[in-house]
Design a protein around this ligand. Structure first.
Ligand SMILES: NC(=O)c1ccc[n+]([C@@H]2O[C@H](COP(=O)([O-])OP(=O)(O)OC[C@H]3O[C@@H](n4cnc5c(N)ncnc54)[C@H](O)[C@@H]3O)[C@@H](O)[C@H]2O)c1
Length: 266
């Protein structure tokens, strides 16, 4: 009963892997290491491969007896996605299709997908709920919408999926042994922290006429360990969660992952 974690050497993936292993779950990580770091997941069975490498996926499924998948592997830089749409569609969409193809060929029919709240674009109502219209405003967000729809379509051939729409992840493990790689991240919190510590220039805050107390926009954050907990409860190998899967009649589910309280940028 092993969970395959794609992108498990990355920021959110490594915190989730740590949680799963602390719960006694069997895990194997598959990561290209293009943006990940294996030292974040010491002692965890590991396959260095791309999600588009169907032979590597099949081999991992057979060797480790994979039962379900948590799929984190993707590119996630919004600005970069606008400049390199082919690269983003290829990695995030084509890669996910190849992954699912290999999984189904090996009888693995359960997947938890790391989507993004970016699928909502600029929602009409806050807090946004799962039924809000999808209005992706970047290539990155488009790739998440496409994969969600692909997973939904694959329900017809036996795939059961959960798409978790994450808001911005932030923070590090409580023992501060793992966290976000500030050298690589283009996320706001690392940029702000580097500016505060004098490791970079000032951070520019765009917009001053939002309908908020100080006019700057609001962003929603979730602590990375809370996100790991939320993600792990949707994975299916532990008995309580397996029964939850059986209890629901919906084979395709979506859930928003956020604190629902915004934080202003200033
Ligand atoms: N960090 C956030 O705030 C946030 C918010 C919303 C959604 N997400 C989603 O959560 C997931 C994880 O995000 P993260 O912050 O941990 O990112 P990350 O860049 O730290 O981790 C992604 C990992 O996936 C690996 N990877 C990328 N493409 C791959 C491929 N083709 N084959 C194998 N491995 C590959 C990278 O090497 C890296 O280790 C992503 O899908 C991202 O879109 C993140």
């Amino acid at each position: 009963m092993t969970t395959l974690v794609t992108g498990g050497a990355g920021y959110i993936g490594s915190h989730t892997v740590r949680l799963l292993t602390s719960q006694g779950r069997d895990v194997v990580v598959l990561d290209s290491l293009e943006l990940g770091d294996r030292s974040r997941i010491p002692g965890v069975p590991f396959v260095e491969a791309d999600i588009a490498d169907e032979r590597a996926i099949e081999k991992a499924c057979r060797k480790y007896g994979v039962q379900d998948v948590i799929h984190f592997a993707a590119y996630k830089a919004v600005g970069e996605s606008m400049e390199q749409p082919l690269r983003y569609y290829n990695n995030n969409v084509a890669g996910s299709i190849a992954l699912v193809h290999a999984l189904l060929a090996n009888g693995v029919e359960r997947i938890v997908f790391s989507s993004s709240a970016a699928v909502y674009g600029n929602p009409d109502h806050v807090p946004v709920n799962e039924d809000a219209p999808l209005r992706p405003e970047s290539v990155y967000a488009e790739t998440k919408v496409h994969v969600e729809r692909f997973l939904t379509s694959c329900n017809a051939i036996g795939l059961r999926s959960v798409s978790l729409r994450y808001f911005n992840a932030a923070g590090a493990s409580a023992d501060s042994s793992i966290g976000e790689n500030w050298d690589m991240s283009q996320n706001l919190i690392p940029l702000v922290m580097k500016a505060i510590l004098g490791a970079s220039g000032p951070v520019r805050v765009f917009g001053n006429d939002y309908p908020t107390p100080d006019g700057t926009c609001l962003r929603d954050y979730i602590h990375v360990e809370d996100l790991a907990k939320r993600t792990s409860t949707h994975s299916t190998t532990s008995p309580p969660v397996a029964s939850r899967w059986r209890a629901t009649s919906a084979p395709v589910r979506r859930a928003r992952c956020s604190t629902c309280c915004g934080w202003q940028k200033k």
